[in-house]
Structure formats: structure tokens, C-alpha cells
Design a protein around this ligand. Structure first.
Ligand code: PLP
Length: 388
């Protein structure tokens, strides 16, 4: 699959995913196949698809397109980002196995690993992966699975995927990278050595904040086949209509990612110079943890950024109320600009103490910069900052 698309650029692969696959009518845009079951050719002879919990044509087109974009052998589309991470944990881990995850990973991933380990499904250890001693110590415990999330959520800290993967492989682990924030347009974890890439497709891959989906992309076909057995066993898969919408969203992925990134860079420059902003987090800033690694490992710095408001706790509600364009909502990667308060939203499932350890203060806000005209975005921030 990957070899056929070796010479095509990411933008072209994304635009053309699944086009011209209708042999019956020659429709350019692929047809939606809602059928849950598929007629056998004859006794004991199924066609390519037999029952839609395992696979179906609409879902398959998305899987093939994202596998090509990430340079993987195969992919499994699931009904949200968390179900993709859950699926891989259930498929790979037994009660004595250990998963090592970043201490500042997405709050939902933290909660999932933490709650399942408390119930004895497997063991989980959260570690600051930018701390070489802490990482080494965690890897010496012989984890079966290592999750890497770079840049991290919400502080956009960047870690060296290639180096951590090498160390994790030496320890005998399978490496899973959450590439939601970067997308394959800006970062290719499988090329950096990882075994599996996951995305919340709810975010940039769809880009329009109107469906939930997740994906796992595998370097190795056998691992994909093994995990697909579990996907069918549990039943984690996406509907045909959502698969169709996701494929449509993917067509503009490269264009969206580049424009949103350009807008974000201007927002970063504005915030860095504003007296009512105490600190800005974005991989483009030399002060950001892993800035040099980001320059080497990423094709761009992305459109997610975080910042801390100066002043006391009372400025937060005033600032958020004054915004007219940025919407207070806990997602990211859509064409519309969103703002989120991690401590009460995305990361509220993590204890206050764990948030403190991860550096997520109550004054922190995360922005997902969209495709609006950047001058309008800057003016909105300017007027909202002026009221605090
Ligand atoms: N991974 C990251 C980095 C995320 O930000 C999210 C959701 O915000 C997820 C995974 C989970 O995705 P979903 O909400 O589609 O289940």
C-alpha cells in the first residue's frame, strides 16, 4: 500500500483518497455502503466483506488513505480516539504487562490507563519522557507498550520520538505514538521507528468538528491483523456515514494544516509580546521544551498553542466571557478557532496534584487556531485581554 504512493506528496494522497473506486457507475466520489452484511458468492465462499463489524467498504477507504499518509502497512478505523487507544491496550496487554505513558499525556488517555490498571487489567506507569533518568528507570521495568505523545497536550512539549523509540525497542516494548496534534502532514512517527500511530480523527483528520473517529496505523501487517481480530471481537468500529464524512474532510487536510499553522504563528507572536500574558507554549519558541527536537522531527510547529494569563484567578472568567470569535469548547483541529481551559475541561479527570506535576496551572488556556482571517482572531484576543 505504502509503496504504490511513494512518489505522491501527502497533499495529493489526502485529496485523492478513495476517488474513482466505483466500478458500477464510475462515480468519482466513492459511494457510501451502509449495508451491515454482504452476500456470499456461494456456499462457504465469502466476498471481501462479510459482516460490517469487522470491516466495510466505506471504512476501508479511510483506512487505506490514512495508512498511505502515515506510511503504514495497514490501519483500523475506530469510533473515536479513545476507543483506538483502548483497543490497542486490550489487544496487547495482559494483567502482568506494563504500559509506560507520558505524565502529561491527553487526560482521557491518562484516565483510561489509570482506571484500567486500578482494576488489574494491566499495569501503568506515567513518566516525564523528557527526563532521561526517569525514562530509563521506567523502561528498565520491561514495559510491553510505550505511548509517546509529541507535542504533548496541553503544554506542547516535544520529545525525541526516534530516541525514545530506540530505547523502548531495546527494552522489548511496542511503541505507540499519538500523532493527533501533528497529523501525517507535519510528522511521520513510523519513519522515526514507531510501530503504531494513533489519531483522534475527530480532530485535524476530519477537521470540521462534526464526527468522532479514531485510527490505528500499523507498520507491520501481522500486528494489524492481530489487532483487527480484537476490533471485531469488541466491536469498536465507525459507521459508513462517518467514514464517508471523514474521507471528505481528509481531502483538505494538507491545505487546512498549513493555513492554520500560519495563523497560529501570528497568534503566538501576538501573545508573546502582550503584557497580560505570562507565558506562551508553542514548539516554535526557543523557550519551549524540545524546540530543537521539533525543528528536526516535525515539518512545522502546528496550530495548537497554550498560554498563561497574568494576574489572579478572577481574570479567567472575564477574559473568556469577552471573547467573540474563539469558542470555549474542548476540542481542537477544526476549521473554527477554539479555546479550552484544561484544568476544568480536558484535564479535569486528572487529580489537581497530577496536573501540578505535569505543569498544568489554573491560569493555562489552550487554543486551537482555525481558518478565520488572522486579523480578526488577533483583534478578538486584543479586545478580550483589554478587559482584564
Ligand atoms: N488523543 C489526543 C491527543 C486527544 O487530544 C484526544 C481528544 O481530545 C484523544 C486522543 C481522544 O480522542 P476522541 O475524543 O476522539 O476519543
Amino acid at each position: 500500500m505504502a509503496s504504490q504512493s511513494k512518489n505522491l506528496s501527502q497533499g495529493t494522497i489526502a485529496v485523492r483518497g478513495g476517488l474513482n473506486t466505483d466500478d458500477q457507475y464510475g462515480s468519482v466520489v466513492p459511494v457510501i455502503t451502509p449495508s451491515t452484511c454482504y452476500r456470499y458468492q456461494e456456499f462457504a465462499t465469502p466476498r471481501q466483506f462479510d459482516y460490517a463489524r469487522k470491516s466495510n467498504p466505506s471504512r476501508r477507504l479511510v483506512e487505506q488513505t490514512v495508512a498511505k499518509l502515515e506510511g503504514g502497512a495497514d490501519a483500523i478505523l475506530t469510533n473515536c480516539g479513545m476507543s483506538a487507544i483502548h483497543l490497542v491496550s486490550v489487544a496487547l496487554l495482559t494483567p502482568n504487562d506494563l504500559v509506560v505513558a507520558p505524565h502529561d499525556c491527553y487526560g482521557g488517555s491518562y484516565r483510561l490507563f489509570n482506571s484500567l490498571s486500578e482494576r488489574g487489567y494491566f499495569k501503568a506507569k506515567f513518566v516525564d519522557q523528557s527526563d532521561p533518568i526517569a525514562l530509563k528507570q521506567a523502561l528498565s521495568l520491561g514495559p510491553k507498550l510505550v505511548l509517546i505523545e509529541s507535542p504533548s497536550n496541553p503544554l506542547l512539549r516535544v520529545v525525541d520520538i526516534q530516541d525514545i523509540t530506540r530505547q523502548a525497542h531495546e527494552a522489548g516494548a511496542i511503541v505507540l505514538v499519538d500523532n493527533t496534534f501533528m497529523t501525517p502532514i507535519l510528522q511521520k512517527p513510523l519513519e522515526l521507528g514507531a510501530d503504531i500511530v494513533t489519531h483522534s480523527c475527530t480532530k485535524f483528520l476530519n477537521g470540521h468538528s462534526d464526527l468522532l473517529a479514531g485510527i490505528l496505523v500499523f507498520k507491520d501487517q501481522q500486528l494489524a491483523t492481530d489487532v483487527l481480530w480484537w476490533a471485531n471481537n469488541i466491536g469498536t468500529l465507525t459507521s459508513s456515514f462517518d467514514s464517508y464524512l471523514l474521507l471528505r474532510g481528509l481531502r483538505t487536510l494538507a491545505a487546512r494544516v498549513k493555513l492554520q499553522q500560519d495563523n497560529a504563528q501570528k497568534v503566538v507572536e501576538f501573545l508573546v509580546n502582550h503584557p497580560k500574558v505570562a507565558k506562551v507554549y508553542h514548539p516554535s519558541l526557543p523557550s519551549n521544551l524540545g524546540h530543537e527536537i521539533a525543528k528536526k522531527q516535525q515539518k512545522g510547529f502546528g496550530s495548537l498553542l497554550s498560554f498563561e494569563l497574568a494576574g489572579q484567578a478572577d481574570v479567567m472568567p472575564k477574559f473568556l466571557k469577552a471573547l467573540n470569535i474563539f469558542t470555549l469548547a474542548q476540542s481542537l483541529g477544526g476549521v473554527e478557532s477554539l479555546i479550552c481551559h484544561p484544568a476544568t475541561m480536558t484535564h479535569s479527570g486528572i487529580s489537581a496534584e497530577a496536573r501540578k506535576t505535569a505543569g498544568i496551572s489554573d491560569q493555562l488556556l489552550r487554543i486551537s487556531v482555525g481558518l478565520e482571517e488572522v486579523d480578526d482572531l488577533l483583534a478578538d484576543l486584543q479586545q478580550a485581554l483589554s478587559v482584564i
